[in-house]
Design a binder for this molecule. Structure first.
Ligand SMILES: [Zn+2]
Length: 106
């Protein structure tokens, strides 16, 4: 069994403006139950405000050292380990990818 699935219910913002998400991990069977279908174990999933989301990640120019919009990479800084790029990840609602439910034996 790989990673478990995260559930995010709201967040708090600290005095320094950082967002702290209230997250907890649930097991795959619990996640399947919440999703109403069997989730692909190879992917990363999360339930954000009750909505099933899929993790999409990509490499983008580092925001710390790239001032040009659309630049492939920045000049390098301590934030990105002087690579000029950083790994970005975002949760995207999975609803559009949801297939028509078809239940066998009903
Ligand atoms: Zn950088």
């Amino acid at each position: 069994m790989g990673e478990s699935v995260k559930v995010r219910d709201g967040y708090t913002i600290s005095d320094d403006g950082l967002i702290h998400y209230a997250e907890r991990a649930i097991t795959w069977p619990e996640a399947d139950e919440m999703a109403g279908r069997r989730l692909d174990r190879r992917k990363a999933w999360a339930f954000i405000d009750g909505e099933l989301c899929d993790c999409v990640s990509w490499t983008a120019a580092c925001s710390g050292c790239s001032d040009e919009v659309g630049a492939a990479r920045g000049g390098g800084c301590s934030e990105c380990g002087y690579h000029g790029v950083s790994r970005q990840a975002m949760w995207v609602p999975a609803t559009f990818a949801r297939a028509t439910p078809h239940r066998e034996g009903e």
